[in-house]
Design a protein around this ligand. Structure first.
Ligand SMILES: Cc1cc2nc3c(=O)[nH]c(=O)nc-3n(C[C@H](O)[C@H](O)[C@H](O)COP(=O)(O)OP(=O)(O)OC[C@H]3O[C@@H](n4cnc5c(N)ncnc54)[C@H](O)[C@@H]3O)c2cc1C
Length: 397
C-alpha cells in the first residue's frame, strides 16, 4: 500500500469512525480524513433514547472517541462539514468546505428520521436521531405533562418507556395492529404491549395520527378514528430515510440506500457501511439495509480490512440488536423474516426472564433474550454452531 494513499470517510459516527480506527489497527499508513456534518465528536446513538433521555447520562457520555485519542490515531476529523457531491471519475468528494480527493472512499452517512408532513414543523413536535434532537426534546419536556409518541416500533417503545419512567403521561400510537419490535417482527408484540400497559403507557394500536392540533405550538393530535389525544409534546418515531441525497447524479446505484456487493463495494474503491448501506449476501441473491449499531461496526471492520489488505473481505453478518424497556433487556440475533414460533429454551416467561429460539417451518432462525443476557449468550453460541435445540415450551405470540 503506497504511503500517500488517502482514504476519505464521509459520516463521522459509528460506521465511519470505526472504519477509520480499524484501518489504523490493521496497520494502514495512508492518510485518513473523516468528514462529518454534525459539529459534535463521533458519538453512539443508542443512549439517546435510553440513558440520556432518562437523564442518567450527560450528552458527552455517548462520545465514541475523546479529543486526546484521535491525534494518536492520526485521523483527520473534519466536523461541521457536509459532503455535497461525488465525482467517481475524478475521485473527488465535494464538501461545504471545498473538494477532497481520495484513493478509497467510505460512505457512512446513515439515515435521517422521517418527518411525516409539513404541519409537523409546529413547536413541540420532535424526532430523535441526533444529539441536537436530544437536547431540543429534553428542553421541551420541561414543564410538559402529556406526551404523544407516534410509532410503536423499537424506538417509539423506548421513548415511551423512558418518558413514562420520568413521570409523564404517555400515549403511544401505532399504525399496525401489533407492536413490530425491530427484526423480531410481531414475535414479542404481546409481551412488549404488556410491559407498556403495566407501566402506565396508554397504548393505541391500529390507529394513525391524521393531524396535529395547535397553532404555534402542538396541543394534541387527531387520530384516524376521529378521537383526539392531548399532548404538550409529540415525538415521532416512524422510520428513516437513507442519507444519499449528496450522491444524486453520481454513477453509484442507489435503491433505498447505497447498493453494495457482499464486501461493501459500491464501485471500484468506493464502499458503504452502516445504516445507509445495502449489502448483498454472499451468493448475491438478496440485499438488505440493517439499522443496528453492531452491523455498522462489523461492516466497518470488514471494509477496513479490504482497504488495508487489498483482499475483499465478505463476512456473513447476522443481524443483532438489543433494546431496553423499563429495565428489561431485550436482545435478538438472527434473520427472523417469516419466523412464526418462539420456543422457550431457558428461563421462565412468567417470571419475566427467558430465552427463546425463533423458528420458521421447524428450522431455527434466531435467538431472543428477554432479561436473561447470560443465557442469551449461551443460546446464541449454540445457535451459531448449529447445536441449538428447539424446546418443548412454545410461547404464544
Ligand atoms: C435514538 C436511537 C437509538 C438507537 N438504539 C439502538 C440500539 O439500542 N441498538 C442498536 O443496535 N441500534 C440502535 N440504534 C441504531 C444505531 O444507532 C445505528 O445503527 C448506528 O448509529 C448506525 O451508524 P452509522 O454510522 O451507519 O450512521 P449514523 O449513526 O446515522 O451516522 C451517520 C453520520 O453521517 C452524517 N452525515 C450524513 N450525511 C452527511 C453528509 N452528506 N456529509 C457529512 N456527514 C453526513 C450524519 O450527520 C451522521 O453523523 C439507535 C438509533 C437511534 C437514533
Amino acid at each position: 500500500m503506497p504511503s500517500r494513499h488517502r482514504t476519505v470517510v464521509v459520516g463521522a459516527s459509528t460506521g465511519g469512525f470505526t472504519t477509520a480506527e480499524s484501518l489504523r489497527c490493521n496497520g494502514y499508513d495512508g492518510r485518513i480524513t473523516v468528514v462529518g456534518e454534525e459539529p459534535h465528536r463521533p458519538y453512539h446513538r443508542p443512549p439517546l433514547s435510553k440513558q440520556i433521555l432518562a437523564g442518567e447520562w450527560a450528552l458527552g457520555d455517548a462520545t465514541i472517541t475523546s479529543a486526546a485519542t484521535t491525534p494518536a490515531l492520526s485521523i483527520d476529523l473534519v466536523l461541521g462539514t457536509r459532503a455535497t457531491g461525488l465525482d467517481t471519475d475524478r475521485r473527488t468528494v465535494k464538501t461545504t468546505d471545498g473538494e477532497l480527493s481520495f484513493d478509497s472512499l467510505v460512505i457512512a452517512t446513515g439515515v435521517s428520521a422521517r418527518r411525516p408532513a409539513r404541519q409537523y414543523a409546529l413547536a413541540g413536535f420532535h424526532t430523535l436521531r441526533t444529539l441536537d434532537d436530544s437536547t431540543a426534546l429534553t428542553a421541551d419536556l420541561r414543564g410538559a405533562t402529556h406526551v404523544l409518541v407516534v410509532g410503536a416500533g423499537v424506538l417509539g417503545s423506548e421513548i415511551a418507556a423512558v418518558l413514562a419512567k420520568r413521570g409523564l403521561a404517555v400515549t403511544l400510537v401505532g399504525r399496525s395492529g401489533s407492536i413490530r419490535f425491530g427484526q423480531t417482527g410481531s414475535l414479542l408484540s404481546s409481551r412488549v404491549a404488556d410491559l407498556h400497559e403495566t407501566n402506565g403507557v396508554r397504548l393505541l394500536l391500529a390507529l394513525d395520527v391524521i393531524r396535529l392540533l395547535g397553532t404555534d405550538r402542538v396541543t394534541g393530535a387527531v387520530l384516524s378514528d376521529g378521537s383526539t389525544v392531548a399532548a404538550d409534546v409529540v415525538v415521532a418515531a416512524v422510520g428513516s430515510s437513507p442519507r444519499v441525497e449528496w450522491l444524486a447524479g453520481s454513477d453509484l446505484q442507489l435503491a433505498d440506500g447505497v447498493v453494495c456487493d457482499s464486501a461493501g463495494r459500491a464501485a471500484k474503491d468506493i464502499y458503504a457501511v452502516g445504516d445507509v448501506a445495502r449489502w448483498s449476501d454472499t451468493p448475491g441473491t438478496h440485499s438488505a439495509r440493517v439499522e443496528h449499531q453492531q452491523n455498522a461496526i462489523e461492516q466497518a471492520h470488514a471494509v477496513a480490512s479490504t482497504i488495508s489488505t487489498g483482499i475483499p473481505h465478505a463476512p456473513d453478518i447476522v443481524p443483532f440488536f438489543w433494546s431496553e424497556l423499563y429495565g428489561t433487556r431485550i436482545q435478538a440475533y438472527g434473520r427472523f423474516t417469516g419466523a412464526g414460533t418462539l420456543d422457550v429454551v431457558a428461563g421462565d416467561p412468567a417470571e419475566g426472564k427467558f430465552v427463546g429460539l425463533a423458528s420458521r417451518d421447524g428450522t431455527a432462525v434466531g435467538v431472543v433474550g428477554w432479561n436473561l443476557p447470560r443465557a442469551f449468550r449461551i443460546a446464541r453460541a449454540q445457535f451459531t454452531s448449529g447445536t441449538a435445540d428447539i424446546g418443548e415450551r412454545q410461547l404464544a405470540p
